[in-house]
Design a protein around this ligand. Structure first.
Ligand code: FE2
Length: 402
């Protein structure tokens, strides 16, 4: 994946990968002091949060405010944007957010990865590492205030302390891990297993279901929580079954007569056996690869920079090396001179020599734009290669695939 603008790799955050997965992952909290020393500002700053909230419209879906351990209703800091009397959208009102913050509210940005490139890269990194959906949430807490009351989250949380300090209390995950979100009464939890103060640069990992509470100390605290939504075996198996159910054998639409007719029950029996056979016969190594890829491809995972790609196609040098992209391409039969290409919903006819050139690149080889189209001059070859690059059939070979 492209991590060129990511200031951190996964090991910068959690330390040795093997130790992390053997000792901590999905087992117990991990605290790494100073893991991001001197590099936190590359991720996000308080100033950037000011800028984001100053945008002309900010959907209230991105913002939550909690005060005294409870959520503040959205109407306390939103208004309706109207145009000639007609309601357009709801937006956050920065002044009201600031007022709530001054009076002790914790401000939370959900899905900061939607609006901030550095947070997006962080979410990409985690989605790629775990093949699970990942989000980046920012918490800004005024000095001396509790953020949220003791609770646990349904997601793994990686806390990156960016500015200020925050006191954390962490309790052992209760027996029977819970993949829900729930509050706890402190008296039910007993003494915390860990009590610590996070400083800028510290990283804390909490497996899902770990009860925790945090409070800012003598200055404003900003931390990022990178969340990873676990895909447990039941989630993965449901995905596998869903995938197998795409088989056309399951297309039928029965009338579930009441009471069930013997025919319906017999068909259900046959289809159950068919599904069982598909499951038993599945290539589990290939299915593991598919599950990993679908996990990485979810929202938050890396996407190509399409504008950059299109702009680079416009200035394609004759010597630029091109290869087939991962975009599916169908090459139809030749009519004697031209062949049909089907790509991204586009159908176009190309000279057979171009179709052959594309077939010749199926093995991952790269070719210079000037020599892509055999038998024509360089300029025409580059022109045709440009067209196919814009369509996504070709890509420059120096692009890093995510
Ligand atoms: Fe939490």
């Amino acid at each position: 994946m492209d991590t060129s603008t990511t200031p951190q790799g996964f090991e910068d955050l959690v330390g040795d990968r093997q130790v992390f997965f053997q000792e901590y992952f999905n087992r117990k909290p991990l605290l790494r002091r100073g893991a991001l020393d001197g590099r936190t500002r590359d991720l996000v700053s308080v100033r950037q949060l000011d800028d984001i909230i100053a945008l002309e419209t900010v959907s209230p879906a991105y913002l939550r405010i909690a005060k005294d351990g409870r959520g503040v209703p959205g109407k306390a800091y939103t208004r309706t944007v109207t145009d000639r009397g007609a309601a357009l959208t709801e937006t956050v009102v920065a002044e009201q957010v600031y007022e709530l913050f001054r009076s002790g509210g914790t401000v939370t940005w959900n899905a900061l990865n939607h609006v901030l490139p550095a947070a997006r890269h962080l979410a990409d990194l985690f989605a790629h590492t775990f093949a699970c959906p990942s989000e980046v949430v920012a918490f800004l807490t005024p000095a001396g205030k509790d953020g949220y009351a003791p609770h646990h989250d349904p997601v793994d949380v990686y806390v990156l302390q960016i500015e200020g300090t925050k006191d954390w209390r962490i309790w052992e995950p209760p027996p029977g891990r819970r993949a829900d979100k729930a509050s706890h009464r402190p008296e039910d939890l007993g003494p915390p297993a860990i009590e610590t103060t996070l400083r800028a640069g510290d990283v804390l990992y909490l497996p899902y279901g770990t009860p925790h509470a945090a409070a800012a100390k003598d200055q404003v605290s900003l931390h990022l929580s990178v969340t990873v939504e676990p895909r447990r075996w039941r989630d993965l198996l449901a995905d596998t079954v869903q995938h197998l159910l795409q088989d056309p054998g399951f297309d039928g639409y029965p009338h579930l007569a009441d009471p069930a007719t013997p025919d319906t029950a017999a068909t259900l029996g046959a289809l159950t056996a068919r599904l069982a056979a598909l499951l038993t016969g599945a290539d589990t190594a290939a299915e593991t690869d598919r599950l990993r890829e679908t996990g990485r491809a979810r929202a938050g995972a890396g996407r190509p920079r399409e504008f950059e790609r299109l702009a680079s196609a416009d200035v394609l040098a004759p010597a630029a090396l091109l290869r087939r992209s991962p975009v599916p391409l169908e090459i139809g039969p030749s009519d004697g001179a031209r062949s049909a290409l089907l790509v991204n919903g586009h159908r176009l006819n190309v000279p057979d020599a171009v179709a052959d050139a594309l077939r010749g690149l199926q093995d991952g080889r790269a070719v210079a734009a000037a020599r892509f189209f055999p038998g024509v001059d360089e300029a025409r070859s580059v022109h045709v290669a440009q067209g196919l690059t814009r369509l996504g059939v070709l890509e420059t070979a120096d692009r890093t695939r995510s």
